[in-house]
Design a protein around this ligand. Structure first.
Ligand SMILES: NC(=O)c1ccc[n+]([C@@H]2O[C@H](COP(=O)([O-])OP(=O)(O)OC[C@H]3O[C@@H](n4cnc5c(N)ncnc54)[C@H](OP(=O)(O)O)[C@@H]3O)[C@@H](O)[C@H]2O)c1
Length: 337
């Protein structure tokens, strides 16, 4: 999701060309994509050996792990190392390496953490592949001409064509099914989640912030939190979403979406047929386990973004308006009714 939006942005900038890397290049990408498995060092060297003109590496991959399991440190580190050690010897004009990380840097996935989280906060004493990658890049950059930077977004939102792991899709498909069943728009998360502070990052804003970081000398060798800049509580947005979908807002009715929605494929298929939507299989319509992740925590998610602003990136996005725009777009392309 992050990589595709970023590559599209970079590719559209005057004087820039983006080359994507992925195991399964999307057929409809607007930029060239090299097929490579980055866990394989030799294959990475072979696939990247002609990329002599590369000036910037934007690293947005993450090792595919089983949902709910710990994200492996070694595999994620090896993938980054395989890119850098394949590109560095051939790309004589390499000037920047950017790492996309996230609020998990502060242990946001482990339990309540110090908020607002600042870039200078001490690391959490738990293994984290972001730390391993950052340490590797800091070490590798010593004595080199290139610089590095890292972004720490949270709850990245985009239309993400073909990707079910999207908050807007989870909410929009959930709403469509409950409206079809004649229910109000119950909030599926925990009561504490309904009330807690949350934050999102618009993928397009993140793409612009990353290119800015890569281009600003004063950002060299630093990390920056990147969010929309505002904070939300689902309890405030839920009635707005209900109104948008023509439903009554409902109170929290805590469920595991991955269980509660597991048997709703026939309802979805009926909606797709009756409303003449673009046929999207139920498993590709929305990733319920991602909804469980987003709506499962009962503490504040809050990053401090003043460092970003102090260094000169002042763009912000209104998260409520962002969601309504994404819902509009999902309707326009006939993914949801
Ligand atoms: N999404 C969010 O809400 C969010 C929030 C905060 C931080 N982040 C961070 O942002 C970064 C990107 O996240 P994302 O949501 O964009 O992830 P994503 O949608 O899962 O994309 C991961 C990308 O990595 C590629 N990839 C995975 N394994 C690969 C391999 N072995 N070789 C080559 N390519 C491989 C995938 O392509 P193929 O499968 O085709 O190989 C895919 O394009 C991560 O660091 C994540 O932690 C994301």
């Amino acid at each position: 999701m992050v990589g595709r939006r970023l590559a599209e942005h970079v590719h559209g900038l005057p004087g820039w060309t983006a080359i994507g890397l992925a195991r399964r290049p999307p057929a409809d990408a607007a930029f060239p994509v090299v097929a490579v498995d980055l866990t394989d060092a030799r294959a990475s060297r072979a696939a990247l050996r002609d990329l002599a003109a590369v000036t910037d590496v934007f690293y947005t991959a993450r090792f595919d792990h089983v949902a709910g399991s710990t994200e492996p440190v070694d595999a994620n580190l090896a993938m980054l190392r395989n890119v850098i050690e394949a590109v560095e010897p051939v790309a004589r004009n390499l000037r920047h390496v950017h790492l996309v990380h996230g609020t998990k840097y502060y242990g946001s996935h482990l339990g309540p953490f110090k908020t607002p989280a600042r870039e200078t906060d001490p690391r959490v004493p738990v293994e984290n592949w972001y730390y391993a990658q950052e340490d590797y890049v800091i070490e590798r950059q010593r004595g080199r001409r290139w610089t590095w930077s890292a972004s720490r977004p949270h709850g990245v939102c985009d239309l993400a064509p073909g990707i079910a792991r999207s908050m807007a899709r989870v909410i929009a498909v959930y709403a469509a099914i409950h409206r079809e069943l004649g229910h109000p728009l119950f909030f599926p998360g925990r009561p504490g989640n309904f009330r807690a502070i949350y934050q999102c990052t618009d993928a397009a804003l993140l793409a612009r912030a990353i290119v800015w970081m890569a281009s600003e000398l004063r950002c060299a060798n630093q990390a920056f939190n990147v969010t929309n800049g505002d904070y939300i509580r689902w309890m405030n947005l839920w009635p707005v979403f209900a109104g948008y979908f023509g439903m009554e807002p409902g109170p929290p009715q805590t469920v595991q979406l991955s269980e509660a929605m597991a048997d709703k494929a026939p309802v979805w298929e009926r909606i797709v047929r009756r409303r003449r939507l673009v046929p999207t299989s139920y498993e590709h319509a929305a990733l319920w386990s991602y909804g469980d992740f987003v709506f499962g925590s009962e503490y504040d998610m809050m990053s401090d973004t003043t460092k970003l602003r102090r260094h000169g990136f002042c763009e912000v996005a209104d998260t409520e308006a962002m969601f309504l725009r994404l819902f509009d777009e999902l309707r326009r392309v006939r993914i949801v009714p």
